[in-house]
Design a protein around this ligand. Structure first.
Ligand code: FE2
Length: 367
């Protein structure tokens, strides 16, 4: 790829902005590293409320066939492969990094802002959710790019079923979205090195009703591919690759992704780590970046979270790649996208409200 001088300047500036955030994201777990496994288990004992959990059915089958106001207005829908009415346009929301905590959170984080924002995460995600619920025309579905919870208060499996923890609280908030919501894990959901990877896999699936931590959703002929970038060597605590800050998919997931994209349908691809911190040679000489580059004809948008700052990397990577701001820092950090099923393209409706290069956004009230 040829870089112009301007691109180089933009890239260096972006690095300067992003690097301290990487450090905060990876280094900010002191005091909350899963060592207090003997925390009081009497609080909310037995509070394993099934209603708070998102089952797989909840995630996939919430009113998929309900006609939206937009459908009613346009009346121009056709039918997809399953016979479902396809509107000319539909809207989705993308969010990232809610970092939900619970009463067992101890902190502090690595700097004052990060510590302070931990106590806003609950209200911020609820505010964002309720705002998205109120939008007209209704949002079809919601996708969240990881760091659903912030590390672990215990290394004991039973602790999470004898107490009301951040996993239950996050599931409860997500259950309040009035449309299907789809999530994937981030580095704070895994806390590699402190919690075994399999422990996270099992707990994440159990609490959020997922069969796998990577999967795809299809809406009106468009794919939404949700990836887990902690399944490759960089997410293996036994591997020297895990000592860095890179994410990787691993062979099984990377091959699965290639097969999904090879189906030729327009696709939104979401994972936690921005491409800047994804391993290039994940499997042989292939990785997420090269696979996306091989599928630019179907790639609508590559989305990530992790660095908490709104970034548009398209000019750097030669593909549409957006890093989402975090609801942890601002309850207006959500991106609303309108998808045109006729012309097979999309528009970011609140693009001018998003604070590119910052942790913040302005509210968007629709239309
Ligand atoms: Fe994060």
């Amino acid at each position: 790829m040829k870089f112009s001088l301007m691109h180089t300047v933009v890239f260096v500036f972006a690095l300067l902005v992003a690097l301290p955030v990487f450090q905060a994201c990876f280094g900010g777990s002191s005091g909350d590293d899963g060592t207090d496994g003997d925390a009081d288990s009497s609080d909310n004992s037995g509070d394993e409320d099934e209603d708070l959990e998102l089952s797989g059915e909840d995630l996939e089958d919430i009113e998929n066939t309900e006609e939206t106001e937009d459908d009613a207005e346009t009346g121009g829908e056709s039918a997809d492969e399953e016979g479902e009415a396809v509107p000319e346009k539909f809207r989705v929301a993308f969010l990232a990094d809610p970092h939900i905590i619970d009463d067992y959170y101890e902190g502090p984080e690595s700097n004052e802002l990060d510590t302070q924002t931990m106590f806003d995460t609950y209200d911020n995600l609820i505010h964002a959710r309720d705002h998205i619920n109120s939008l007209e025309p209704p949002i079809d579905s919601v996708y969240i790019a990881g760091d659903i919870v912030h590390n672990y208060p215990s290394t004991e499996w039973d602790f999470y079923f004898e107490n009301r923890t951040r996993f239950d609280i996050a599931a409860e908030i997500l259950d309040g979205f009035e449309m299907p919501v789809y999530i994937l894990p981030g580095n704070h959901d895994y806390d590699i090195g402190n919690i075994p990877r399999e422990f996270t896999q099992n707990l994440f699936r159990e609490k959020f009703g997922l069969e796998k931590t990577y999967y795809e959703i299809e809406r009106y002929g468009f794919k939404f591919i949700m990836l887990d970038n902690f399944l490759g060597s960089t997410g293996d605590a036994e591997s020297p690759d895990s000592k860095g800050e890179l994410g990787s998919l691993g062979e099984e997931q990377l091959m699965w992704l290639k097969e999904r994209l090879a189906e030729g349908k327009p696709s939104f691809v979401m994972n936690h780590n921005p491409l800047l911190v994804m391993k290039l040679d994940d499997v042989g000489d292939e990785g997420l970046k090269s696979v996306l580059e091989d599928n630019l004809d179907v790639l609508q948008l590559s989305l990530a979270g992790h660095t908490h700052i709104w970034m548009d990397w398209e000019q750097i990577y030669g593909m549409p790649h957006i890093v989402l701001g975090s609801t942890r820092y601002d309850h207006d950090n959500y991106m609303i996208v309108e998808i045109d099923t006729v012309n097979q393209n999309f528009t970011i409706l609140n693009k001018d409200k998003l604070g590119w290069g910052t942790r913040n956004a302005e509210p968007w009230d629709g239309e």
